[in-house]
Design a protein around this ligand. Sequence first.
Ligand SMILES: [Mn+2]
Length: 153
Amino acid sequence: MVDGLGHGIHARVATDRVCEAVAATRESSLVEIMTAADIAARGTRGAALSLIQVDLAAARLHCLGIGNVATLARSRAAIRPITRPGIVGARIRKMSPMSFDLAPGDQLVMYTDGISTRVCLDELRGAAQQMADFILATWSRAHDDATCAVVLL
Ligand SMILES: [Mn+2]
């Protein structure tokens, strides 16, 4: 999930560049994908980017984030991905991929900084789309764009 810095056309350009780089490298490792995104976004305003890979066969979740796109989980094992501060496109110096155990029934929620950090997953019910809609309706900040995605395993 990517969030171009700021608003308007310059945020759009940064976001598009990152999306293209991620799409072109999606079979690669998260570090390779992030590196490609960082190169693609140079000369733009930059972006926040959080990447996850769900490996169902190995029951593992791989995460890598730069900037404030958050990933939360309701899960059997503790899943607490931490993103590093920084800007994709401004030459990322250090990346910290993290991996976690996954179990059937685990719920993953990703959201941009247009959603309040006070977001609470306790009241989430129903299908993934319903959950994302509820989060957006309940926790969106008044004057920011927001994106939310929910993955149910
Ligand atoms: Mn934002």
